[in-house]
Design a protein around this ligand. Structure first.
Ligand SMILES: C[S@@+](CC[C@H](N)C(=O)[O-])C[C@H]1O[C@@H](n2cnc3c(N)ncnc32)[C@H](O)[C@@H]1O
Length: 377
């Protein structure tokens, strides 16, 4: 075989580096490819296949083999394999990924990993690609190989909890969040507002403006403020706007925006429990995706609200009640969980809207936009 072969559920995926074509082979074609191991002649193939498929079947096989040789899938000469190394294959995988040809990219990267199994970077990329194409067990295997060599990687350790189906932590660890956003901060705004069509901040502001009947003199706390994308929207409602985030790198970006009156690097649940200042609005846009049970945040936040105040947040919507850690490493929450947590904290659910928050790999990310309010006397 002169191309890259990857086993798939019903046969093989074959990517031909020369023609840049990906073939999805059915089980019969896969068997032929498997028999073309460089050691067997056409006569050998005839001897094996003819008793299985009969004369007519063999004629069809011959036609397919000739076409496969023409297509570059099978080489007539067993020494025809082009010399390709892991670096070249990774480069090709990245090009294909750029062009959204993710399945072919996965096949290239899988071969790169088999050629260079001691290099953690090839496993990391293979894990990412396996996730993009929805090959969960391949992603798990690749990330496990990577983590063997990079045991301090808190992000991948967190992802593996989900991919292995291990019991979820109460929230993503501080190390995981800090690592993830130190890496992401410099291109966060561009990625979110560009390719991912991030709409959560605007949705949150609209829901809040509606619930608070247009007030614009509010003391607002922005939890997990990040670079300030949500803060930018909240600013129009605020007399005073405070941002808190665990990631110093994200806070640096927020500071450069010059829209906050104060910014703190802190873990948000600890921040809520520690302080006494009260707010008119406590917002958390795309932040509670890193928490399992939302009571961890909503209960201490409810203690920091003034009369008529509101907590407003977005979460990713899940079908599992109460919540689940998904393969993305983020939690999704069921609307019933939000209702239950609000009731336990003595809050009224003013809004709980189904919305598309952004896109991921071209697919919509379904979310909930929630506004919980202090009950009026
Ligand atoms: C997806 S970003 C959202 C940022 C911003 N709210 C926005 O809408 O663009 C999530 C932010 O939450 C922060 N974060 C996650 N868990 C946190 C925690 N436990 N304490 C403080 N910040 C946290 C991250 O550092 C990150 O900046």
């Amino acid at each position: 075989v002169s191309a890259l072969v990857s086993p798939a559920e019903t046969g093989y995926l074959v990517y031909d580096l020369h023609s840049d074509r990906l073939h999805q082979l059915n089980p019969a074609a896969s068997l032929v490819v498997e028999l073309c191991d460089g050691e067997r002649s056409l006569d050998d193939l005839h001897e094996i296949l003819q008793p299985l498929v009969g004369d007519e079947g063999w004629t069809a096989c011959r036609t397919w083999i000739d076409a496969a040789i023409d297509d570059g899938l099978i080489a007539a000469d067993k020494d025809a394999d082009p010399p390709v190394n892991a670096k070249q294959l990774t480069a090709r995988a990245n090009e294909l990924w750029e062009d959204d040809d993710v399945l072919a990219a996965f096949v290239c990267q899988e071969r790169a990993a088999s050629l260079e199994p001691e290099d953690p970077a090839v496993w990391y990329t293979l894990g990412e690609l396996a996730q993009v194409v929805g090959r969960r067990s391949d992603a798990r295997h690749a990330y496990e190989r990577y983590l063997d060599k990079r045991p301090d990687d808190a992000e991948i350790a967190h992802l593996l909890i989900a991919l292995r189906g291990d019991p979820a932590p109460a929230r993503a660890s501080d190390e995981c969040i800090e690592q993830l956003y130190a890496r992401f901060a410099s291109f966060y705004d561009e990625t979110m507002t560009g390719d991912l069509e991030y709409r959560a901040p605007e949705l949150l502001r609209c829901a809040l403006a509606d619930a608070l009947r247009g007030r614009t003199d509010l003391d607002v706390l922005d939890l997990g403020c990040g670079t300030g994308l949500a803060g930018q929207q909240l600013r129009s409602l605020a007399r005073r706007l405070i941002g808190v985030d665990l990631s110093p790198t994200m806070i640096d970006q927020a500071r450069a925006r010059r829209i906050y009156d104060a910014l703190d690097v802190d873990e948000l649940a600890a921040y809520l429990r520690r302080g006494h200042t009260r707010f008119d609005v406590i917002a958390a846009c795309d932040t509670l995706i890193y928490f399992g049970d939302l009571a961890q945040v909503i209960e201490p936040a409810a203690q920091r609200l003034r009369a008529h105040a509101a907590i407003a947040f977005t979460t990713e919507r899940g079908d599992v009640d109460p919540f689940v850690l998904t393969d993305s490493g983020r939690f999704s929450h069921h609307p019933n969980h939000i209702r239950a947590v609000a009731a336990a904290a003595g809050l009224v659910v003013a809004r709980l809207d189904d919305e598309v928050l952004r896109f991921e790999y071209g697919r919509p990310v379904r979310g909930l936009v929630a506004v919980l309010q202090m009950p009026s006397a």
